[in-house]
Design a protein around this ligand. Structure first.
Ligand code: SF4
Length: 660
């Protein structure tokens, strides 16, 4: 019979899984360390982020009220769902209103970008039961959907798979010849999913942050699918956990300096979009979900609501790194929607006693807390879950520790008291080590069957000279000093935002490092014509009033101000550039620059050198009054198959910035 324990053993003995997990976590950890080098004040940012999240959760009702009022004023239809069933009914209601306009034989098509909340409420399953077609468009999510699986990681859903397994899957389900060439596999998904974006009735996305001050909804993706689903279909539904609020745009900028670095080791995600009002001919619904968050907010696990879902604690956790996400199962054997250290707190916190056992899958080493960009004390929360401080669906507080004997539960409660006081914990470990050395000569006679089963088949392990905690703290300090040293040996790195060198050199360096191209030009029209001729391209999607249209005509370059999926070059204005990330800001306006920078294979942006700003916080005021805006940082990309970077998933494969 499958149990939590047997699932753990299965995972440990699965050679494919172990290879895939090793690839994923090692690269994630290295990427994260490198990305943090460019913000030497990261410790301070982390503390500020923690304070902001604490303030939001303490004053959530007031922030939500403001956020909702702004959204309604912006023309967004806001719904509040107290639980999963209500959220599903809201989405179904929206979808049915569209179905009614369809021929009875046609299914409503929903193109979905990544949303952990939709996993939490099992939305796909509910929609499919009502005869709707839901297609996941994030490459990793698409892969797991084709395999009828749950994501195994909150950032990289297919982290448990090797490329051979994806190759087999695409061969079988999409009918392509078997290949392990990752760019070919990615290009196949691009082709299939492009059709989905263009024909979907509804686009459904998650929400990374909601900005109370402006009502803005921030959705970030690397592949561009989050932009596609929010931009192309006539209806966009944004599904959001009620805790995902930040007070204002400055706070958002701070969070965005931490989230991508922690999640994927990037300074900024490729597409950071801010949606305020629905686009032309579009309806936007915002569904704000409670589903246990209010209870959690009033429980000892409140701090778990600070989470910004970066996944760093999963990558850092020595247990998750061995098991992967599919080993985190409830007592009913269902896979938890949220795995890893944070999942072991919020899965039981939101979904009840079924997932209490997950908190046993932790060594409490503290690696998760160290990795967390908002400084959540995960070991403390895990010990609280173990000791029973978790809300059930039925009652406000349950006894917790499901399936444990009374003596074990008592032991865990004592343990919680000790483990939540670092000095006491360290002292207790030392005492244990001393006791162990005193009794070492008698160890073969000491059995602990009542507690663990140790001693029946194995010798009781010797205590190490130094506690794990001492060794871990030493390692953590040396990791932190590695980051500090790397920074001080690189004098080009910024000291603070205000001291960043403003200008094109840094912008050029950053964008080039990401695979973008930057040109300094006198006359943008002439240079762009040369560029187009060199590629044999004679038709473009052009934002109005940007280039000399007479000169384009004379040069036999056709242009249109209407989006056209057949056109392979889109030329748009960039409102500003960001020196420290190599990003450009595109805002909605005449000629659909948002689509012009998304649908074509090649995006050409025209940027005034004088509009290059130091970093994201300096540009936030420029997005405040827009209908929608996006910061673009390099070409579309993914690393969803074996963490192999592949360029051009759903958005443009190339970005060229002409600096004037
Ligand atoms: S708990 Fe912290 S590290 Fe883990 S996903 Fe949330 S924000 Fe990231």
């Amino acid at each position: 019979m499958t149990t939590f324990r047997s699932r753990i053993l299965e995972s440990i003995n699965d050679a494919n899984l172990q290879t895939a997990l090793d690839n994923n976590t090692e690269r994630r950890l290295k990427g994260r360390a490198a990305a943090f080098e460019s913000i030497p004040d990261w410790r301070d940012r982390r503390l500020r982020a923690n304070k902001i999240r604490a303030d939001v959760i303490d004053n959530l009702d007031a922030y939500l009220e403001k956020f909702i009022a702004k959204n309604e004023a912006n023309g967004v239809i806001v719904h509040r769902a107290k639980d999963a069933a209500e959220a599903i009914q809201i989405v179904l209601g929206i979808a049915r209103s569209i179905t009614n306009h369809h021929l009875p034989t046609t299914k409503t098509l929903i193109a979905k970008s990544k949303s952990m909340v939709s996993e939490e409420i099992a939305l796909n399953h509910a929609l499919e039961k009502e005869n709707m077609q839901v297609i996941e468009t994030d490459l990793g999510e698409y892969i797991v959907q084709l395999r009828h699986e749950r994501p195994s990681h909150i950032i990289t859903p297919a982290a448990h798979l090797k490329k051979e397994q994806v190759a087999e899957l695409f061969h079988e389900k999409l009918g392509i010849p078997y290949t392990i060439d990752i760019p070919t596999l990615t290009a196949t998904a691009r082709k299939v999913l492009r059709e989905v974006f263009l024909t979907a009735d509804i686009g459904l996305s998650g929400v990374n942050f909601g900005v109370a001050e402006t009502g803005g909804v921030c959705v970030i993706t690397n592949e561009g699918n989050g932009r596609m689903v929010a931009t192309l279909p006539p209806v966009h539904i944004a599904l959001m956990g009620m805790e995902r609020i930040v007070p204002n745009l400055d706070d958002l900028a701070l969070m965005l300096s931490l989230l991508p670095r922690s999640a994927t080791g990037q300074k900024l995600t490729v597409y950071t979009q801010l949606l305020h009002k629905p686009l032309e001919n579009q309806t936007r619904h915002l569904v704000i979900l409670d589903n246990g968050r209010t209870r959690l907010r009033n429980s000892p696990l409140k701090e778990s609501l600070y989470c910004i879902r970066c996944g760093a604690c999963l990558n850092a956790c020595p247990v998750f790194r061995e098991l992967g996400g599919h080993a985190y199962i409830g007592s009913d054997l269902s896979i938890a929607p949220y795995p890893g250290p944070i999942g072991s707190v919020i899965s039981p916190g939101l979904l009840g006693e079924n997932y209490v056992q997950l908190a046993q899958a932790s060594s409490l080493c503290g690696a998760c807390k160290d990795a967390c960009p908002v400084n959540i004390d995960l070991p403390k929360l895990l010990t609280r879950v173990r000791a029973g401080a978790v809300n059930s669906k039925q009652s406000s507080v349950i006894s917790g520790g499901a399936g444990l004997t009374r003596s074990t539960r008592f032991g865990l409660q004592m343990y919680t008291r000790i483990a939540t006081h670092p000095r006491l914990f360290a002292a207790s470990q030392k005492l244990a080590a001393l006791t162990s050395s005193l009794f070492a000569p008698f160890s073969q006679w000491i059995h602990l069957p009542a507690f663990t089963g140790w001693g029946y088949s194995k010798d009781f392990p010797k205590f190490a000279g130094k506690t794990f905690r001492e060794r871990y703290v030493k390692r953590a300090e040396s990791r932190e000093s590695e980051i500090d040293n790397a920074y001080s040996s690189n004098p080009q790195s910024p000291v603070t935002n205000h001291q960043l060198p403003i200008g094109r050199h840094q912008f050029t360096e950053e964008l080039t490092a990401l695979g973008g191209h930057v040109y300094n030009v006198e006359n943008a029209t002439q240079e762009i014509i040369k560029f187009l001729k060199s590629r044999n391209i004679n038709k473009i999607h052009l934002e109005p009033n940007l280039l000399d249209e007479g000169l384009l005509r004379e040069s036999n370059i056709e242009f249109t101000h209407e989006p056209d999926p057949q056109i392979i070059v889109g030329v748009t204005n960039a409102i500003c550039g960001l020196a420290d990330t190599g990003s450009v800001l595109i805002v909605d306006g005449d000629g659909s620059p948002l689509k012009g920078s998304l649908l074509p294979e090649i995006h050409v942006a025209i940027l005034k050198t004088s509009n290059i700003l130091p970093s994201l916080p300096d540009a936030m005021h420029l997005v405040k009054d827009t209908r929608a805006a996006v910061f673009i940082t390099g070409p579309s990309r993914t690393a969803d198959i074996e963490m192999t970077l592949t360029i051009g998933v759903h958005g443009p494969k190339e970005i060229h910035v002409f600096l004037t």
